[in-house]
Design a protein around this ligand. Structure first.
Ligand code: NAI
Length: 735
């Protein structure tokens, strides 16, 4: 990596003798301002400054990318040389020679902060810009929180910095973030501008010297903005500290604001949240490199192209899946059981697509869905003859799924892949009725399927590596996060959710109210607590599944104890609610009451309170006060405990998989890094001790009994999360 004092490739040096073009050979892969680049940037600027033949400077990136920002791995190890980007941005700004940024490709994070030091900014029409530091638990720490509000005003700067969103060149131009947008060669345009600027005054272009544009009601605006930022942040510190840094820009001179920015940056850097968010960032990349216990892996398996897909069943899930496929530009056939269902499904899909098209239009994109070659509706399975992949999303019923897969196996071309969107059913059993079990796979989408990023990809005993690779590729094309997991009841996500929800219900039996439990988990950072979630999803879904399993309903053996099944504790509370028609939001009543059927505002329900107290009386349960600590520990530690069993069974190849599933599919707070990362921060010996304690109090709840793998890791000295899997088959003397 070196710095050049040369004109950009393709530039004619002789025609522009007075312009020094600084080519920034930034990070080898992402053009990040790593240490070598910072040093080179500083040297280049100083040399340009000292050389009287250089009259102006242009800064650009190599290979059509300005800069993707600081390499976030670097933040965990402070820069020993003391070379920071902030002082270099100031150095750029102080230059007596005009400096023009030529922004091509992307200018993110530290990269965009570099451009804020430049006196002028020119962007290519396709360039994208942003300050995404907040998404990894930090703030733009190279004076960006002080310069951006001075350039584009407080409201726009707050929006960009506290959300971390990327903006297009046209939006940047509207906001005044860039001075010009060009369609041709950006570097040439920047050189032309730099030439025109030679000898012109620069004082008014130095952002650190400018005041922050005033708002007539700045104080009121900031108060309101803080409320919004905090609400969105749900316990994540970074957005609020970004806000504080920008507020400092409105109240203090530039140098003091920079000091404040540094102070806030250091708080974030050492808060633990930045570490969790950075872990989550890398975990998402790690799960792309899937492996299975039989040795199949992303390295050797190649995906097959999907030129046309089909979705069977246009209910809650199918509608979202079709929408996602259309958005991914994969031609799709949507199939229902009869014309009536088809018409309902078609209307729902079209509505979703219209809304998506509107959203995309705002970002300057289009969505073509009125073309039958792109989207076709049908009731006849014959139209599936030429599709490359089918996603089945019919009712959660094994007999029905088997009937459909048997039909698909006979109708679809031999090389077509058959996917099932089951929540928990056995993939092998579904595959067993086909003549191609190697091409059968579970693709578990999350509701709403066109919004939620998670795609759990479940391989069965016979699923081929090619099929897994194809499903992973599909996830990528649909802009989802695919996580490859093994086949077991509930797979990873729902299997871990089961003991969590079970504990929540047990807590109600013992003395809590639904709103108490939800509040504790929402304060922890979950988007919604287990009871609000259950009301949203519909209590009838679980009821049907428990009836199918013979846990409740007419098949339950007479004389079965109300609160025991197979010798273990069971709570009939959710069943009792369903028997009273309380299915949640859809019926206007569930664990909460709603303004009407389909209402969304959950209000604590006095009926539930007296129902619970009668229930406790009937079963002679002494109501006790349950504190927040117990609620949190019993719900979270059983979920984590199940995670250790999943790892030990080889259902997932590492803790990151479980964490990515929980962050992207179950509303786990990202700033806590996922359940297994959280466990590592709490300390495995602490989790083990608490599980042992609760298990002694509740010996009839197997989910509270510590997992053997958890015990082993504690016996092995509580190794760091990255090493857990290497201990799976190691002997421990202490066990
Ligand atoms: P749903 O009840 O909303 O829709 C199922 C659709 O399948 C209905 O429109 C029905 O007409 C159609 N269908 C039934 N038999 C058919 C046949 N023979 N041919 C064509 N279409 C047929 O169900 P939902 O909620 O969309 O669930 C579908 C699957 O997705 C289930 O296996 C469920 O467990 C799973 N799932 C559901 C989630 C949810 O939040 N609802 C989340 C993740 C997975």
């Amino acid at each position: 990596m070196s710095w050049g004092r040369h004109i950009a490739p393709g530039q004619d040096n002789r025609k522009l003798p007075e312009v020094q073009v600084v080519i920034s050979p930034l990070h080898p892969t992402r053009n990040s301002p790593c240490l070598a680049v910072l040093q080179a940037l500083e040297d280049g600027l100083k040399r340009a400054d000292a050389d009287p033949s250089v009259k102006a400077v242009t800064i650009c990136g190599e290979n059509g990318k300005f800069s993707a920002g600081a390499d976030i791995r670097g933040f965990s190890s402070p820069n020993k040389q003391g070379l920071g980007l902030g002082p270099i941005v100031s150095l750029i700004e102080r230059s007596e020679k005009p400096v023009v940024a030529a922004i091509e490709g992307i200018a993110l994070g530290g990269g965009l902060e570099v451009t804020l030091g430049c006196h002028y900014r020119i962007a290519h029409v396709q360039a994208r810009m942003g300050l995404p530091e907040v998404t990894i638990g930090l703030l733009p720490g190279a004076e960006g929180t002080q310069r951006l509000p001075r350039l584009i005003g407080v409201p726009a700067a707050l929006d960009i910095i506290t959300t971390g969103r990327h903006i297009s060149a046209s939006e940047a131009l509207k906001l005044g973030l860039v001075d010009e947008v060009v369609e041709e060669n950006t570097v040439e345009a920047a050189i032309r501008l730099a030439n025109r600027l030679i000898g012109q005054p620069l004082g008014h272009r130095r952002l650190s010297l400018k005041p922050v544009p005033k708002l007539p009601n700045m104080e009121a605006f900031l108060t309101e903005a803080l409320v919004k930022v905090k609400k969105r942040a749900q316990g994540c510190l970074a957005p609020e500290l970004c806000f504080q840094a920008i507020k400092a820009a409105t109240e203090q001179p530039f140098a003091d604001g920079v000091r404040k920015e540094r102070e806030l940056f250091n708080i974030l850097l050492t808060s633990g949240q930045a570490k969790a968010l950075q872990y989550a960032f890398f975990a998402e990349r790690a799960v792309e490199k899937w492996t299975t216990p039989s040795g199949a892996s992303w390295k050797t398996a190649s995906p097959q192209p999907i030129r046309k897909a089909a979705v069977i069943g246009l209910g809650t899930m199918g509608r979202g899946i079709v929408t996602s496929l259309v958005k991914a530009k994969i031609p799709v056939v949507a199939l229902e059981q009869d014309l009536e269902y088809l018409n309902t499904g078609r209307k729902a899909v079209m509505l979703l697509l219209e809304r998506e098209a509107m959203k995309m239009e705002q970002g300057g994109q289009t969505l073509d869905f009125n073309n039958p070659a792109r989207l076709q509706f049908a009731v006849d399975f014959d139209v599936l003859r030429d599709v490359d992949l089918v996603i089945e999303a019919v009712f959660e019923n094994m007999a029905l799924k088997k009937e459909i897969f048997n039909k698909l196996s006979r109708i679809c071309k031999p090389e077509a892949f058959l996917c099932t969107n089951t929540s928990a059913l056995n993939i092998d059993e579904i595959a067993s009725v086909t003549s191609r079990p190697q091409q059968v796979i579970g693709t578990h989408f999350f509701s709403p399927a066109h919004v939620m990023r998670l795609l759990e990809i479940i391989y069965g005993r016979h699923t081929s590596p090619t099929t897994i690779a194809t499903a992973m590729q599909l996830a990528k094309v649909m802009k989802k996060v695919g996580v490859v997991v093994g086949n077991c009841f509930g797979f990873v996500g729902n299997r871990m959710m089961f003991p969590y929800v079970q504990q929540a219900v047990f807590l109600l039996e013992e003395g809590s109210r639904p709103e108490d439990v939800d509040q504790v988990l929402e304060d922890f950072g979950f988007k919604i607590g287990p009871f609000r979630m259950s009301d949203l999803a519909g209590l009838d879904v679980g009821w049907r599944s428990r009836k199918d399993q013979g846990l409740t309903g007419p098949t339950l053996a007479p004389g079965t104890s109300a609160r025991q099944r197979h010798g273990y504790r069971y709570s009939p509370l959710p069943d009792l609610l369903c028997e009273k028609g309380r299915f949640g939001q859809k019926t206007g009543k569930g664990w909460y009451q709603y303004e009407k059927a389909g209402g969304r505002t959950a209000k604590p329900d006095p009926w539930i309170h007296s129902f619970l107290s009668e229930y406790r009386d009937t079963h002679q349960i002494k109501t006790r006060f349950i504190d927040q600590e117990e609620i949190l520990e019993r719900c979270l530690f059983t979920l984590i405990n199940e995670g250790f069993d999943i790892l030990a069974e080889g259902i997932a190849s590492g803790p990151e998989h479980l964490d990515v599933v929980y962050i992207n599919g179950y509303g786990w707070p990202k700033h806590r890094g996922g359940p297994m990362f959280y466990a590592s921060t709490v300390g495995l010996p602490n989790i083990l001790a608490k599980l042992q304690k609760y298990s002694e109090i509740h010996p009839d709840v197997p989910q509270l009994r510590p997992s053997a793998f958890l015990k082993k890791l504690v016996a092995m000295g509580n190794p760091p999360l990255n090493d857990w899997m290497s201990y799976l088959h190691r002997q421990s003397n202490k066990l």
